[in-house]
Design a protein around this ligand. Sequence first.
Ligand code: NAG
Ligand code: NAG
Ligand code: NAG
Length: 152
Amino acid sequence: MKNFIFAFILLALLLTVNAAPFQYNKKAITFQPCPYPGDFLNVKIGTNPPESEKSESFNVSGKLTKNDIIKNQTILEILYNTPDGTILGNDYVQTFNDSIKAGTQFTISALDVPTPKLPDIYLIGVNVGEKTNDPQNSLIYYACAYAFVSDF
Ligand SMILES: *[C@@H]1O[C@H](CO)[C@@H](O)[C@H](O)[C@H]1NC(C)=O
Ligand SMILES: *[C@@H]1O[C@H](CO)[C@@H](O)[C@H](O)[C@H]1NC(C)=O
Ligand SMILES: *[C@@H]1O[C@H](CO)[C@@H](O)[C@H](O)[C@H]1NC(C)=O
């Protein structure tokens, strides 16, 4: 009897471990602070997790501690890439409609962002910053958040 229970628990554990990867993929993703200086962005997405080659909506809010948001100049950038940095599809760029002083809460929505064909592992980066004319450093980052998504 003891052995039977032991075997049953082992089986249950194995099933749990094996089932986990399939569930992970369907779990809602969350955004985290980027590992470099800048402010954090709070990101909410409409279809969560994103669906390959569909349209996605993003609500992004936050507060820039040092930089002002300048109408028609500061941008929201959303991009999908593989862990080695290859960009999937095209990056999505939208300028802010309003100027917002540093230290003031802001919200910006991008309601129709095309999702590229998604591989098993990818990252979504959401940035607020300013474009420059320097091809080596084309965006100055003010704030950022990212999500790491894995099918495994
Ligand atoms: C994003 O904001 C819009 C407008 O405020 C709202 O209707 C929508 O439900 C929000 N979506 C998410 C995912 O929070
Ligand atoms: C911002 O851009 C829009 C559309 O490109 C333009 O109509 C508007 O005049 C611009 N506003 C400013 C303040 O530059
Ligand atoms: C920006 O302005 C355009 C044109 O007036 C409007 O359609 C869009 O909803 C605005 N976006 C935001 C984030 O306010």
